[in-house]
Design a protein around this ligand. Structure first.
Ligand code: G6P
Ligand code: ZN
Length: 541
C-alpha cells in the first residue's frame, strides 16, 4: 500500500457550473489544482471507500495526465474499482451509460464539451451521480463547500497505469478496469435501433457525411456507422479525437460545422449530414439542401420515434427547455401525451426521466436525448434520424414538409449578443421585466400579446422551484419571444433572444424574414439594440 496523504490549502473558485468545473487548461495544470477539486468531490460524496466509479473523457489536451491523477486519488481514497475507457476516452453519453449499466457510485468525465481544447484553451471535470446524470445542485454545492475546507488530499505514489491495454490491473488494492469505450454504447444503440434496416439503407446507396469534428464521437461513429452499418469508408470524417480538435471549435452548429453545411448545401450533397461536439452529447442534423433546427429535430424525432424498435411502445412524454420552440408540444398534443417545459440545462430533465414521465427531451442548444441515458446524446439522435429515414423511405426535406403540413411550422431562430457589458444586459432585461405584467392584451408590431412572465419552474417530481429562468412574451397566435442571459458565457454577459413564429401555411419562407415581426417586437419591448448600441446580433442560429 503506497497511498499517501499530502497537506493542501483551499483554492478559490472551484465552483462547478452546470457542467462541472470548467477552466482554462493551464489553470487545471497548476500543481495541486485538479487534485484539490477531485478531493473535494470525494469529500462531498462521503469518501471513496469501497466504491466503484467510471472514468473517461473526450481526449482533449491534459486528459491523459488528469486520468492518472484521478486514478491514484481514487485508490488512495479507498475506492474498490474504477472502470476507465481505453486511453481514458469515453463520450459523455457513453460514460452515462456505463455508470448505469455497471451500477456504479458515479463517474468522472473529463471534458469542456464544445469548447476548444489545447494548452491555451479549456479543460473541465464533471462528476455524474449513480443515475448517470450530472450531479444535482445539492451535490455540486457540497463539492464547492468541501473545496473551501480542504486540508489534505489522498493520492497514491504508484506508477502510472498503462491505459492503452484492456483488462484489469491493480493500483494499490484498487482494480483499474480498462474497457473498450465503444463496445457497451454500441450494443445499447443496437438494442434501440433497427440496424438491419439501416444496413439496407446504406447498401442501397444512401449517402451520409458524419463530421466528428476531430473529437470523441469519431471512434463511436466509425464503429457503428462504418463497421456495423457498413456505410462506405469516408462517411465519417475528422474521425480521430485530437487533443486540440485539430484547431477546430468542436461545436456542431452552422457556424462551426461550416464545411459540412457547405457540402450539404452544395451540388453533390449527400442524403444526410450530421455532426457532434467535443464530448459527443450535442448534435446537428442537415438534409440535402435543408438545415434542420434543433427544435424541429426534437419535434420530428418525437413524432416518428415509434418507428424505431426501442420506442415502438410509444413515448411517455416529451420535455423541452423553455426557449426551445413549441413544435414538440404540438406533437405531444397529437399523441395525447404530456409536454414538459423546463428551464435551460439538461439536468432539469433528470427527474422527469427517472420518474418515467418523459421519454424524449431536447433543447434548442443542439441537445437531444432520451431515457436510455441521463445525458443528451449526439450519436443517438443521428441514429434515430437514420432509423426514421429508413422506415419512411423519404428524404429529410420531404419529412420536414410532411411534418409542417401536419403540425404547422414554428419558424425559429436564436440571436446572440455576446460579451455585453453586464450593466447593459441588466438594463435590457430590467426594462422588459418591468413591463411584463402590463403586456397581456396590448399590441406590439401588430401582434397581440396573450401572456408574459419571468419563467419559473416547479419540478413536478420533487416540487423544487427554479425562478428567474428567462423572460417570455407569448402572442395570441402562439408566436413567442424569449430573452435570457446565458449561463455558460465566460466574458461579460451574453444575451440570447429566442424568436418563434407559428405558421399554418407558407412553409418555405426565409426564416429571418418570417421572424421579422418578432424581431421588431423584441426591439420595441426590450430595446436590445438601443441600450447596447449594437447594430445586430453576433451569432444567429
Ligand atoms: C450547456 C448545457 C445545456 C444548455 C446549454 C445552455 O450546453 O449542457 O443543457 O442548454 O448549456 O447554455 P446557455 O449559454 O444558453 O446558458
Ligand atoms: Zn457537449
Amino acid at each position: 500500500m503506497t497511498a499517501t496523504t499530502r497537506p493542501t490549502k483551499p483554492i478559490e473558485g472551484q465552483k462547478p457550473g452546470t457542467s462541472g468545473l470548467r477552466k482554462k487548461t493551464r489553470v487545471f495544470m497548476q500543481p495541486g489544482y485538479l487534485e484539490n477539486f477531485v478531493q473535494a468531490i470525494f469529500d462531498a460524496i462521503g469518501g471513496g471507500a469501497g466504491k466503484t466509479f467510471v472514468l473517461g473523457g473526450d481526449g482533449r489536451f491534459f486528459g491523459a495526465e488528469a486520468a492518472q491523477i484521478i486514478l491514484k486519488m481514487a485508490a488512495a481514497n479507498g475506492a474498490a474499482r474504477v472502470i476507465v475507457g481505453r486511453d481514458a476516452l469515453l463520450s459523455t453519453p457513453a460514460a452515462s451509460h456505463l455508470i448505469r449499466l455497471r451500477g456504479t457510485d458515479g463517474g468522472f468525465i473529463m471534458s469542456a464539451s464544445h469548447n476548444p481544447g489545447g494548452p491555451d484553451e479549456d479543460f473541465g471535470l464533471k462528476f455524474n451521480t449513480t443515475n448517470g446524470g450530472p450531479a444535482p445542485e445539492a451535490v455540486t454545492d457540497a463539492i464547492f463547500a468541501a473545496s473551501g475546507k480542504l486540508s489534505q488530499i489522498h493520492i497514491s505514489d504508484a506508477a502510472d497505469i498503462d491505459l492503452s491495454r484492456l483488462g484489469e490491473v491493480d493500483l494499490d488494492g484498487m482494480v483499474v478496469e480498462v474497457v473498450d469505450p465503444v463496445a457497451d454504447y454500441a450494443a445499447l444503440m443496437e438494442s434501440l435501433f433497427d440496424f438491419a434496416a439501416l444496413k439496407s439503407l446504406f447498401a442501397g446507396g444512401f449517402r451520409m457525411r458524419y463530421d466528428a469534428m476531430n473529437a470523441i464521437t469519431g471512434p463511436y461513429a466509425t464503429e457503428i456507422i462504418q463497421n456495423r452499418l457498413e456505410a462506405p469508408a469516408g462517411t465519417v470524417v475528422n474521425a480521430t479525437p485530437l487533443p486540440d480538435f485539430g484547431g477546430l471549435h468542436p461545436d456542431p452548429n452552422p457556424t462551426w460545422a461550416k464545411a459540412l453545411m457547405d457540402e450539404m448545401m452544395g451540388p453533390d450533397a449527400p442524403d444526410f449530414g450530421a455532426a457532434s461536439d467535443g464530448d459527443g452529447d450535442r448534435n446537428m442534423v442537415v438534409g440535402r439542401g435543408i438545415y434542420v433546427s434543433p427544435s424541429d429535430s426534437l419535434a420530428v424525432l418525437a413524432a416518428n420515434a415509434h418507428l424505431a424498435p426501442g420506442y415502438s411502445a410509444g413515448l411517455k412524454g416529451i420535455a423541452r427547455s423553455m426557449p426551445t420552440s413549441t413544435a414538440a408540444d404540438r406533437v405531444a398534443e397529437a399523441l395525447g401525451i404530456p409536454a414538459y417545459e423546463t428551464p435551460t440545462g439538461w439536468k432539469f430533465f433528470g427527474n422527469l426521466l427517472d420518474a418515467g414521465r418523459a421519454t424524449i427531451c431536447g433543447e434548442e442548444s443542439f441537445g437531444t436525448g432520451s431515457d436510455h441515458v441521463r445525458e443528451k446524446d449526439g450519436l443517438w439522435a443521428v441514429l434515430l434520424w437514420l432509423n426514421v429515414l429508413a422506415a419512411r423511405g423519404q428524404a429529410v426535406a420531404e419529412i420536414m414538409g410532411d411534418h409542417w403540413a401536419k403540425f404547422g411550422r414554428n419558424y425559429y431562430s436564436r440571436h446572440d449578443y455576446e460579451a455585453l457589458p453586464v450593466a447593459d444586459a441588466q438594463a435590457i432585461t430590467d426594462r422588459l421585466r418591468g413591463k411584463l405584467s402590463s403586456l397581456p392584451g396590448t399590441k406590439v408590431a401588430g401582434m397581440e400579446i396573450a401572456m408574459a412572465d419571468d419563467f419559473a419552474y416547479a419540478d413536478p417530481v420533487d416540487g423544487s422551484v427554479s425562478s428567474n429562468q428567462g423572460l417570455r412574451v407569448v402572442f395570441t397566435d402562439g408566436s413567442r419571444l424569449v430573452v435570457r442571459l446565458s449561463g455558460t458565457g465566460t466574458e461579460g454577459a451574453t444575451l440570447r433572444l429566442y424568436l418563434e413564429r407559428y405558421a399554418d401555411r407558407g412553409f418555405d419562407q426565409d426564416v429571418q424574414q418570417a421572424l421579422d415581426p418578432l424581431i421588431q417586437a423584441a426591439e420595441a419591448l426590450a430595446g436590445i439594440r438601443e441600450i447596447s448600441g449594437r447594430t445586430g446580433p453576433d451569432v444567429i442560429t
